[in-house]
Design a binder for this molecule. Structure first.
Ligand code: TYD
Length: 194
């Protein structure tokens, strides 16, 4: 099974992805996006640089390049070997951040990300819903998206809500506010119900 965790910056995805991967057992592959291969980690560093000016389409294509490498060389082989894969962010991040918040267009980004992954989408996506102000308080604010502030996070949060409606067969919304253990239990419930 391929599960992705999504949410705005500071939603607690990284912690919850790790706890979910631990709960699914030692064979589970835990990855984060962008990242997970040598090239994708280099792209991650580049994208996180707040001072770097980047055209929105170029930004999208960098995320997609990282994802294409990770999908072809890490995710697909793991799934083919029967392993569970838990990803801290995946294609929906591009749809929400670049497609909606950056204004490149949701349909366009869905189509391009589908090409980058040769049609691979998660079996289940857990969307951690937190208030953008709560997320801003939790996030450290040091990457290019966090440093753009509350307005961007609000646009991303709204985009995620729309994705959850459009893809309701794949996306489960989980309340991300509460203790780490409470949220973990909600995530496990969402996974079990699949
Ligand atoms: P993330 O790993 O969640 O940051 P951190 O671990 O520092 O909390 O993601 C890095 C940033 O990249 C985040 O602001 C969201 C953004 N992002 C996109 O805009 N598009 C994408 O396709 C992905 C995967 C991430």
């Amino acid at each position: 099974m391929f599960v992705s965790l999504e949410g705005i910056d500071g939603s607690g995805k990284s912690t919850q992805a790790r706890l979910l991967a631990e709960a699914l057992g030692p064979e589970t592959l835990l990855i984060r996006e962008p990242g997970g291969t040598g090239a994708a980690e280099r792209i991650r560093e580049l994208l996180a640089e707040p001072a770097l000016e980047l055209d929105p389409l170029a930004e999208l294509l960098l995320f997609l390049a990282a994802r294409a490498d990770l999908t072809a060389r890490v995710i697909r082989p793991a799934l083919d070997a029967g392993r569970d894969v838990v990803s801290d962010r995946f294609a929906d991040s591009s749809v929400a951040y670049q497609g909606a918040a950056r204004g490149l267009g949701v349909g366009e980004v869905i189509s391009l990300t589908g090409s980058a992954t040769e049609g691979l989408w998660p079996d289940l996506t857990v969307l951690l819903r937190v208030d953008p102000e709560v997320g801003m308080d939790r996030a450290d604010g040091d990457d290019r998206f966090e440093s753009e502030g509350l307005e961007l996070q609000r646009a991303v949060a709204q985009a995620y809500e729309e994705i959850a409606k459009i893809a309701s067969d794949r996306v489960v919304v989980v309340d991300g506010e509460g203790t780490v253990e409470e949220v973990h239990e909600r995530v496990m419930e969402a996974v079990r119900s699949r």
